[in-house]
Design a protein around this ligand. Sequence first.
Ligand code: ADP
Ligand code: ZN
Ligand code: ZN
Length: 832
Amino acid sequence: MIAKVIVDVPSRQTDRPFDYEVPKDMQGWLEVGSRVGVPFGGRVVQGFVVAVAETAAVDSKKLKAVAELLDHTPPLSPDLIQLAEWISDKYCCPLTIALQAMIPAALKGKAETTVTLADDSRTVFIESSEWAEYMRRSGGSVKLSALQEKFPLSANEVKAAIREGALLERVAIRDRLSVKKMLTVFPPGDRNEALEALAGLPARAAKQREVLRYMIDHEQPITMQELVDLLQTTSGTVRALAEKGFVVIREVEMDRDPYAGREFQRTAPLPLTDEQKAVFAPIAEAIDNRDSRVFLLHGVTGSGKTEVYLQTIEHCLQLHKQAIVLVPEIALTPQMVERFKGRFGDAVAVLHSRLSNGERYDEWRKIRERRARVAVGARSAIFAPFDRLGLIIIDEEHESSYKQEESPKYHARDVAVQRARQHGAAVVLGSATPSLESYAAASRGGQAAELAGRGSALLPMPVRVGGRPMPPVHLVDMREELKNGNRSMFSRQLHQSLASRLERGEQSVLLLNRRGYSTFVMCRSCGYTAQCPHCDISLTYHQKARTLRCHYCGHAEITPTVCPSCESEHIRFFGTGTQRVEEELSKLFPGIRVIRMDVDTTTEKGSHEKWLTMFGERQADVLLGTQMVAKGLDFPYVTLVGVIAADTSLHLPDFRAAEKTFQLLTQVAGRAGRHELPGEVVIQSYNPEHYAIQTAQQHHYAAFIQEELRHRRYMSYPPYCRLILVTLSHEQLPLVIAEGEKLAGLLRQAVSEAGLSASSEEGTTSRFMDILGPVASPIPRMKDRYRFQCMIKYRGNVDAVGMLKRSVRSLAGSNGQHQVQIGIDVDPQVIL
Ligand code: ADP
Ligand code: ZN
Ligand code: ZN
């Protein structure tokens, strides 16, 4: 039996399966998906079995053998391996990186060497040494690291013994952690005997009597810790009872359930509204028919999308199938988790990044062992090891956090569609503000849908449950405020609205729109922002050189000191901190209770939850924060939402800036007036005439999308084309530039050889491929490496990934190695 193994050595040269012989005793256990330790390049490395075969490609006598089988249940299934192959291919990453992304971090092992004394005949010459004596006392086998630690001076002796074969070496890969074990006390087996024993205990052993009494009465195992705490005794007392055989103490494997001890109030399904029924039916039908269709559920905030999710999952469970629900990390609040736990109880496993490795591993095991049937989690939950998937839901599908920024740079939405195909599962993409890509794919017959290459069905829910009105949105022109002498960051309108909320004891959410750390220059008098003349994108302010730069084409200019448009001197770079807003709030409203949520106040584990719980209990008047206050919150007493500066994300050097701004404003506005109390929204802006802000004010998605699609088409950006970002880096600048030029040259040659047009002519040509760059990356030096990038734009039936792979290969030297590091991002989300 031969195992084909992908070794955990992530490089382009080792990115293929290697053959290993499977020892007889492993043959019954080893399967496709098994994790193994194999000898590779003089050491033992971890790997995954991706196939088994009867014969090897090369002479099998020369084959090395699998050194160790790491799990008795394979952590990966054949369908996940297939999915990893798809990811590796589509996103140009080594297969091992895709495979590693699918298993919990706890299973990423490290090598550990054990040594064993050989037969007596050979141990003669080490007889007298201390370390050999120690080994004999330990039963003949110890970890090499233990010998190293205890007998540092005997290193040479030990090494010689290994060389001579007197010590046998065995390398194993140990998991970073094992299951958590807890000392647990078990009640006596025979009640009558125990009662007799109790009577026989002397009166002075009062504590022992009390413990035994408790164990007899409760008849349930209890952890040592709990028992000791409960009865105010010591573990010594319990051990004394165990020694007499009255109770049993054993280590028991525990699940580290992060939600242990939390009561989730069970909820019953609500009778669906007519709108909800209309979208439920086709989804249920697809699940019934094992039809891997993709639905875009476009429902305004408060339209009851979550109830639709819950009931389609219920439908799925009735058919004995499983479901995955992806939510953005930032929205994985207790509120969201509660809604799923409340409906499905223990059948829900929750996976998010704030779990410890151990907690994550336990949730993952719950899924694999079929104790959980619904997985709710962030991006990587798409790899939940289910075997009968019926439904995948992606809530807030437009969120850029579904794209992983490090390798494998996959988009969970695309992976979901692929995984659903394997299982015959339905996919539901839900959002109040669908991404342009998804919207284009779902709007039937549109040119964009064709270009995006995937059709899906649009399911609209245009009104709120119970016909509740969308909150009115007041747009405040901050230029006017300045003209009228108000230099505060609060407009008179927002100030007044806040005051009346305080008076009425209602709550407010304040958003400081600040994405990333990029700063731009804006005129406070007229709203002018500096744009790149070639790219239609805001220039970024570089403090060091005091210049403005374009991150796409490299254009640079001197920062103006007066506004080129109105000649005002109120032109400066922009960026306001949450802390400053908080200070100003306290000045304006003495005694105001503010909860501030930003990266500073939410680094501690559980702090996010703590703040939201406090706000939910009305311990604060204002919840102030960055993007994290915009998503998925549902508080009945929130009647005012204020946006301090809507423009900050509008001028980021990113072609998605308008889309992101519209989405954010719509999301945060949706937090107001979701229940009985009517809500109100105040948006402050220096560019109130911008279409992203205008359409957000009107809750008019269709109008926004129309205008935005027009721009994208004109500039030839997704969804009218696709992008691949290639980044080259090295310590030496000239080398990066030279290799960048070479790569761009190879690509351009490939484009012309394929007879492709290099220009898109305003999005009308059906096939094209264009190579932009190389230019310095937005972050031109990182960790002492210079970075340059090329952008590939393409459309239609073009194998751009294949062409790129071939070009990258021919860039390599004769030894197959590259002089510079090359990173590839297919369908990049963040271009900053
Ligand atoms: P969305 O996820 O679309 O923003 P939610 O699912 O949070 O909307 O629903 C908004 C509100 O409407 C919630 O308070 C929810 O409990 C309520 N709701 C949803 N569906 C129904 C229904 N069928 N009947 C009554 N109330 C509902
Ligand atoms: Zn100006
Ligand atoms: Zn430019």
